[in-house]
Design a protein. Structure first.
Lengths: 313, 69
């Protein structure tokens, strides 16, 4: 198999592009794809300060490497989630990546800001992924705002977007569909613009890019994600992709072209401010403060229940 | 050949001479969901693996995050 660009021996085949590339040409292809996406979707420019959410996984670290290489003003934000050895290893990988490349990294321990993910999930009877997602989004928004970043970038890839779209369509989540696009302009003074520069690149492409560039990312999956619904959607989509190369790309691209603008136009309600933390909110409290209130109520209730020792005395 | 599966950290020993595409079929894995690596080289589906080869199959699918806002 030969490289489409230079005719050298290919190391990767992309069925959905009907193309194969050698290592240097593939690295060039990915970097150009990201550069083009940022320009075509008007995500940000060289004057913007971009905060990149980095988990220690392949996508976010690769995104950071690409954006820094393209000359954008980037800072990494890593939230240590408190999920045992998995979180410790993610933090180690992220810090090693930043320090080896001289990149600025902000590491924040969730336990110092609120409660670690396992506590949030246990006290609210929510799936850990739901509590984790809420906490991450809240603190990413908050830290971007407090530190004056105009753009918040995440490493969601095409597979993430396709799985999310499938989940939203399966349940006809109109409010989520109205906000599913690769650029979310700020709708509140405390919101940065949110962008997903990898949304046209597949998970396989990002893993190959990280491998080719020698990026040491965390291979293990979060122990809480076993059986997560998103993985079921990804599996279904990958089965379709195997039979119909390009299926994931056209699913997301055609949604963004044909349906998303109609849904977005109908979604004009701007957020107000959370009474408790001041962050954007569609109710009196933002979703994260609601979650924390639940935790506090459960903790208070628990402290009122007499312990067996107290009953005996 | 020896096959190491990641992130499971499991090892398999397989006989014969196989194209990568057939190796994946045999392990019931979909193309595009794993990287097949020999040494420090990523293998395309038409490559042959055999004999003393030590091959790493690294899963690329991650997930588990909640639905976004």
């Amino acid at each position: 198999m030969k490289c489409k660009r230079c005719r050298a021996k290919a190391e990767i085949k992309l069925r959905h592009h009907n193309a194969a590339f050698c290592r240097p040409c593939f690295v060039f292809f990915v970097q150009r794809q990201v550069e083009r996406t940022i320009a075509q979707d008007k995500m940000f420019g060289k004057d913007d300060r971009v905060l990149i959410a980095v988990s220690g996984g392949k996508d976010s670290l690769a995104l950071w490497e690409i954006l820094a290489g393209l000359g954008y003003a980037t800072t990494g934000l890593h939230l240590a989630l408190g999920i045992g050895e998995y979180s410790s290893e993610s933090t180690r990988k992220t810090q090693a990546f930043a320090s080896a490349r001289g990149l600025e990294l902000v590491t924040v321990d969730l336990a110092e800001l609120a409660e670690p993910v396992p506590t949030l999930a246990r006290f609210t009877n929510r799936p850990p992924c739901a509590a984790c997602g809420l906490a991450k989004r809240h603190f990413m928004d908050k830290i971007a705002d407090e530190r004056g970043f105009s753009v918040l970038a995440t490493g969601h890839n095409l597979d993430d977007e396709a799985a999310r779209l499938m989940g939203n369509v399966m349940h006809w989540q109109m409010d989520y569909l109205a906000k599913q696009r690769p650029v979310l302009e700020s709708t509140h003074e405390r919101f940065a613009r949110k962008v997903r520069p990898l949304y046209r690149l597949t998970e396989y492409e990002m893993a190959a890019y990280a491998f080719f560039r020698g990026i040491d990312y965390i291979l293990d999956e979060c122990p809480n994600s076993v059986g997560a619904t998103q993985l079921i959607y990804k599996d279904a989509l990958n089965r379709m992709e195997a039979e119909m190369p390009g299926a994931k790309m056209s699913f997301v691209r055609d949604f963004l072209r044909n349906a998303q603008p109609l849904l977005a136009a109908a979604d004009t309600r701007p957020p107000s401010s959370c009474e408790r933390c001041g962050m954007p909110s569609f109710g009196a409290l933002c979703a994260f403060c609601n979650l924390r209130r639940e935790v506090e109520a459960k903790q208070a209730k628990r402290s009122l229940v007499p312990s067996p020792t107290r009953v005996l005395t | 050949m020896k096959v190491r599966l990641l992130p499971e950290r499991r090892e398999l020993v397989l006989d014969g001479r196989l194209r990568v595409a057939d190796l994946l079929r045999r392990l019931d894995m979909l193309p595009g969901t794993v990287m097949v690596i020999r040494g420090d080289v990523l293998l395309t589906e038409d490559e042959i693996v055999e004999g003393d080869d030590f091959v790493e199959i690294r899963r690329v699918i991650s997930g588990g995050s909640a639905r976004d806002r």
